[in-house]
Design a protein around this ligand. Structure first.
Ligand code: 5AD
Ligand code: FES
Length: 347
């Protein structure tokens, strides 16, 4: 039995372990290790970010998707999914409302919807940046060509979120149809970084076929890729997908991974995700207490929120969620942290 506490020590000092060592940490997860990692992660996070929590206003611009990922409720084969797309005017209205609420970052996220061509997106980006020159705009629109990523960057996009989903090729192939390629996903991430975006990668925790071995690879990948942000959340089955009967991921394991990621890269932007809040009413608070430092409240028009169902029982989709920012600000305060009005760039 390796001395697990000395592994944590070394992780904290050197921000690096071997893949096998990450696997050991994962396979031997227990309460004492969890508490130790959490304490050190919180310390690392406080040294860089104090008790501030960054926020981004999430605008879900389209539920159309040409892809057929086996886990996702928006997959093209799901005939029951309700499809919508926001007009550029709708998106601008969300940003205006968001700015008033104190958001300084807007995340435009959507399925891979061919309607959102560069010709439609670039004027929208320019207009958002013209109205709010000090805001940051994040795109999360899936795989596009290098030329497209470049045009969107030139039009003002600052950041791009593209989860790698899993750093293991065979596992990727279990989660996606053959037409999607792990190598291409990884190429996209490298391209985005080369262009100059602040890049966010990420993965689901507890997706079908995932073991500690795959998760160790994810950790090693994040360690070497050095993203600005890494989004992780538990897998949650969606009733109208091939994975409908698969078990959901674990909140505890997600939090454990958040602590490890914080020690791998102390300045990493780590969101406490909506999926975490969906599986556990206090999931996002637990995520922050494990080392996360970002929350992404929903800023989409309430009228479309139920149509952006990646997984079952997604929170923040009812009328009562009209103002997620206020809700999250109170939640964050309740655990001794502070939601700030800031672009939230990595330090
Ligand atoms: N459970 C949890 N997360 C999911 N995502 C998609 N479907 C699910 C699901 N069923 C995540 C993926 C994707 C992001 C937008 O949402 O990681 O990249
Ligand atoms: Fe959306 Fe609480 S964060 S309702």
């Amino acid at each position: 039995m390796p001395d697990l506490f000395s592994l944590i020590d070394r992780l904290e000092r050197e921000h690096s372990l071997s893949e096998a060592e990450y696997q050991t940490l994962l396979e031997n997860r227990n309460e004492a290790l969890t508490a130790e990692l959490r304490e050190r992660a919180v310390r690392a996070r406080k040294a860089v970010y104090g008790n501030t929590v960054f926020t981004r206003g999430l605008v879900e611009i389209s539920s159309f998707c040409k892809n057929d990922c086996l886990y996702c409720g928006l997959r093209r084969s799901n005939g029951k999914a309700e499809r919508y797309r926001l007009t550029p005017e709708d998106v601008l209205a969300c940003c205006r409302e968001g700015w008033e609420l104190g958001f300084r970052t807007f995340v435009l996220q959507g399925g891979e919807d061919g309607w959102f061509t560069d010709e439609r997106l670039t004027p929208l980006l320019r207009q958002i940046k013209a109205e709010y020159p000090t805001c940051a705009v994040t795109l999360s629109l899936g795989e596009r060509s290098r030329e497209s990523y470049q045009r969107l960057f030139d039009a003002g996009a600052d950041r791009y979120l593209l989860r790698h989903e899993t750093a293991d090729k065979a596992h990727y192939e279990r989660l996606h149809p053959a037409e999607l390629s792990w190598a291409h996903r990884m190429d996209c991430l490298r391209t985005l970084k080369e262009i100059g975006y602040q890049v966010g990668c990420g993965f689901m925790v507890g997706s079908p076929g995932q073991t500690e071995k795959e998760l160790a690879k994810d950790l090693k990948f994040v360690e070497s890729f050095r993203p600005a942000m890494c989004g992780i959340g538990p897998f949650i089955p969606h009733k109208d997908t091939p994975f409908c009967d698969q078990p959901a991921g674990s909140v505890e394991l997600t939090c454990y991974l958040l602590s490890i990621l914080r020690l791998i890269q102390p300045n990493l932007l780590l969101p406490a995700t909506t999926a975490l809040g969906t599986l556990d009413p206090l999931g996002r608070e637990k995520g922050i207490l494990a080392g996360a430092n970002v929350v992404m409240p929903n800023l989409s028009p309430v009228s479309v929120r139920k149509k952006y169902m990646l997984y079952d029982n997604k929170i923040c989709t009812g009328e009562e969620s009209a103002q997620c920012r206020g809700c999250l600000s109170a939640r964050v305060a309740s655990i001794g942290y502070e939601l700030v009005t800031d672009r939230g760039d990595p330090r």
